[in-house]
Ligand binder design. Structure first.
Ligand SMILES: [Zn+2]
Length: 67
């Protein structure tokens, strides 16, 4: 099945984090060149980002929702 641009919720969420949450809430540094690391064990996705300026770590763990 061809995809005509419809992305999965996880991909959209990843894009959200990449674009909206790269500004460190601790020091305000905008990590424009950074990205969230993500890994999954099949049941949940773990996102991780460390601020290169102050070292503040943010993490999100999200359940993988299967329909
Ligand atoms: Zn920071």
């Amino acid at each position: 099945m061809a995809s005509d641009g419809t992305r999965s919720p996880l991909e959209r969420l990843r894009a959200y984090y990449d674009h909206e949450e790269l500004t460190c809430p601790a020091c305000g540094y905008e990590d424009d060149d950074g990205s969230w690391e993500s890994e999954t064990n099949g049941r949940e996705v773990h996102y991780y980002h460390e601020c290169p300026c102050c070292g503040s770590v943010r993490e999100h763990t999200l359940d993988v929702l299967t329909e």
